[in-house]
Design a protein around this ligand. Structure first.
Ligand code: GDP
Length: 375
């Protein structure tokens, strides 16, 4: 990994390990190395590589995962040395999406993202080959083959894009047919409890498990709180370093978010890096132009809250770390979120009445502007 800061590096590797587990793998060991610049041929240094090779050999490791994006040449070189499969973070995330895509729409999006990941790699392999052969006058079969491959991949990409456009249009019509009901979207980092919350408030059975990306496809449910109906949707969980190919092809999945009237930004307050997670989600929201939507911050997992590390500017009054309680956090975040923050445990159903009331109030505000005669 390339992170200078040890804490950051651990955090990213924890997440990578969790991703590997989500993909169905078991992580045996982690290796880290501090380098000013990555080795152009093998990414990590020779000594470290030897250490990894010995380990892979001894324990018959099947796959080595790198947290950073490897060039195609690096990937090949490392595979040659380690004699096992070598993948990077992007690879891993694409793999998880591929495993979990349930609808034909999601499968098409993933396939598109995979081809888009592949295309520049084919180009990379080509320059790499050309250089090896000395370049001049080498219009050999290798190049033609790769050109053919690239053409096939490009054709496939445009076909998939057309297919997605068609489904997008159908979905836009479907969204249009839902009438003027207020639309609420759950957003948040992956694994914060969005599906659990969806289940709790809509009494439906949405798949919830302690893995990343349990939600790939958007689920929309009609929810009624005190005779007030509205639509609630659950979207794909966000994650840091989401491959750009995926952000692009999942843009349409995010239409549900873009067209929502109100966002419930769910945060796992028990996660030590929850503030980073909030920032990542806000960044993606800005990217899809949903940054200025009315938002209710929902701090979940208060049952598991043990967070002690606070930044200086979070201290509203003079308190020591040990004395900083959930109540203090509430005050801090309430003031930050202009009073619109709520603290719950979706799992234990703590504070759900207050949550329902808050959502009701916010939805009602929007609802009465649409149905002024019914109120
Ligand atoms: P999503 O990826 O945001 O949809 O998250 P999920 O709803 O799938 O939940 C991820 C994990 O967090 C699951 O193991 C849930 O059981 C767990 N979880 C959800 N809400 C809570 C909560 O309030 N407290 C605790 N301790 N765990 C929760």
């Amino acid at each position: 990994t390339q992170y200078q800061d040890e804490e950051k590096s651990k955090e990213y590797l924890d997440e990578l390990e969790f991703l590997a587990y989500t993909a169905g793998g078991e992580v045996l060991r982690r290796f880290t190395q501090k380098l000013d610049t990555p080795n152009p041929k093998t990414f990590i240094g020779t000594g470290k590589m030897e250490e990894v090779r010995a380990y892979v050999d001894q324990y018959e490791v099947g796959t080595a995962i790198f947290d950073d994006e490897l060039s195609p040449a690096q990937q090949k070189n490392i595979e040659k040395i380690l004699k096992c499969k070598v993948i990077d973070r992007t690879n891993l995330i694409l793999d998880i999406f591929a495993q979990r895509a349930q609808t034909s729409y999601a499968r098409t999006q993933v396939e598109l993202a995979q081809y888009e990941y592949l295309l520049p790699r084919l180009a990379g392999m080509w320059t790499h080959l050309e250089r090896q052969r000395g370049g001049i006058g080498m219009r050999g079969p290798g190049e033609t083959e790769i050109e053919t491959d690239r053409r096939i991949v490009r054709d496939r990409i445009s076909l998939l894009k057309k297919k997605l456009e068609k489904i997008d249009k159908q979905q836009a019509i479907q969204r249009g047919n839902r009438g003027a009901l207020v639309r609420v979207a759950l957003v948040g980092y992956t694994n914060v409890g969005k599906s659990t919350l969806m289940n709790t408030i809509s009494k439906s059975e949405v798949f919830a498990e302690n893995k990343l990306f349990a939600t790939l496809d958007t689920t929309v449910r009609k929810v009624v709180i005190r005779n007030l109906p509205f639509l609630l949707s659950d979207t794909v969980g966000f994650i840091r370093k989401l491959p750009t190919q995926l952000v692009e092809s999942f843009k349409s999945t995010l239409d549900e978010v873009r067209e929502a009237d109100l966002l419930l930004h769910v945060v796992d307050i028990s996660h030590p890096q929850f503030e980073d997670h909030i920032a990542s989600v806000n960044q993606i929201m800005d990217e899809i132009e949903g940054g200025d939507k009315p938002t209710l911050m929902v701090f979940n997992k208060i049952d598991a809250f043990t967070h002690k590390t606070i930044e200086e500017d979070d201290l509203v009054t003079e308190r020591t770390e040990e004395h900083f309680t959930l109540e203090d956090w509430k005050q801090t975040w309430m003031s930050r979120a202009n009073g619109d923050a709520i603290f719950i445990s979706a799992l234990n159903k703590d504070n759900m009445d207050a949550f329902r009331k808050k959502v009701y109030e916010r939805v009602r505000e929007i609802h009465i502007t649409r149905f002024p005669y019914n109120n």
